[in-house]
Write a protein that binds this ligand. Structure first.
Ligand SMILES: [Zn+2]
Length: 351
């Protein structure tokens, strides 16, 4: 009769128990275990195909999901094996927990500190890098950020500090601020009868030339106006409204939003210019969409000009959107206004 390995073991143990009564309890405990092993063995030998398939499925399963089963699942943390220094740094930045079993442990530890992680050494001498709720160097990070902000603020302030409300280029002229009595300046000629403050002609010419190089046409249509010209323009506008049947007061109010009240026009101090192009000569909002209008909006600051009555600032300037009216303020002020989206009234307020 054939006995299996386990059956022979059971028989031997039984004999042993019979000869040495002291070992009987051991035999009683071990025998059922051996019987169970023998039972498994029988199953295995009778169902090899099934078992093989099961084993194969198990291996595939472990291969696919082993990472989840055997990785340390610590809530809120991910564990990755970082095999090289660069990889580890990236993990820290991404907020991962990293374990580095290799020689650059010290580097990881060092980097961990830098990124606000805590490095713990466990029995296997691996470092668990754990992101702390409050990074060790949070205060330092905060201080660095504050420093950066301060530096930016100082820079901004210094840009402002370079500007002065007393600068001739920043003279504020509007309905509330008429041209100061006795205001004097030298007139220069742009071309033909066109004049403006002599001090701005160089920048103006450079702007027109540079634009021309880019294929953008800029034509000065209305530069300096003397008092009588401004008066005439204003009176004409009032007449237009009067003819439409409005009262003088109504006409005056409307005219003052379209044509600057005499004595408060920047055209009268030679620092403002109405600009058009060779294929768009109307002074209306449509100019903003033309090639020239777009170029001026983008680049005029580089030559010290600012779009004086921008869209959205009507409540401050008291003048409707005039994409053609440019005012010379100097490059520093024009740059600051452009960057901060403010108009001249707002800039003067800050000085
Ligand atoms: Zn104008």
């Amino acid at each position: 009769m054939y006995f299996s390995f386990f059956e022979r073991l059971i028989i031997s143990l039984r004999n042993l128990g019979n000869h040495r009564p002291l070992l009987k309890p051991f035999v009683i405990i071990v025998t059922p275990l051996l019987r169970f092993c023998d039972y498994i063995r029988k199953k295995l030998t009778h169902n090899t195909k099934k078992i093989g398939l099961l084993l194969a499925a198990g291996i595939v399963f472990l291969f696919l999901f082993g990472q989840f089963l055997f990785g340390e699942n610590i809530e809120g943390l991910e564990k990755v094996n970082a095999y090289d220094y660069g990889r580890g740094v990236k993990d820290f930045e991404a907020g991962f927990l990293s374990v580095s079993p290799y020689e650059s442990d010290e580097n990881y530890k060092f980097k961990a500190d830098e990124f606000g992680f805590r490095a713990d050494s466990d029995q296997d001498n691996q470092y668990s890098i754990i992101k702390e709720d409050t990074p060790k160097d949070a205060e330092e990070v905060l201080a660095a950020n504050t420093k950066k902000q301060l530096a930016e603020q100082v820079k901004e302030e210094s840009e402002l500090a370079n500007l002065s409300a007393d600068d001739w280029r920043l003279i504020l002229v509007n309905k509330q601020h008429p041209i100061p009595e006795g205001y004097e300046f030298e007139l220069g000629t742009i071309y033909k009868g066109m004049k403006c403050d002599a001090r701005i002609i160089d920048d103006l010419s450079r702007m027109i030339d540079d634009a021309a190089d880019k294929g953008v046409s800029i034509i000065v249509c209305s530069p300096y106006r003397n008092d009588s010209r401004q008066n005439a323009l204003f009176d004409n506008k009032i007449m237009d409204y009067r003819e439409e049947g409005l009262t003088y007061m109504e006409s005056y109010a409307l005219a003052s939003t379209a044509v600057t009240v005499p004595g408060s026009s920047e055209h009268q101090i030679g620092l403002a210019l109405d600009l058009i192009s060779n294929n768009y000569s109307s002074l209306n909002a449509g100019f903003a969409q033309t090639q020239t209008g777009i170029w001026l909006e983008e680049h005029s600051w580089e030559y010290g000009f600012t779009l004086r009555y921008p869209k959205g600032k009507e409540y401050i300037t008291g003048i409707e959107f005039e994409p053609w009216h440019f005012r010379y303020v100097g490059v520093a002020a024009a740059k600051y206004m452009k960057e901060n989206g403010i108009c001249l009234e707002e800039l003067i307020d800050q000085l």
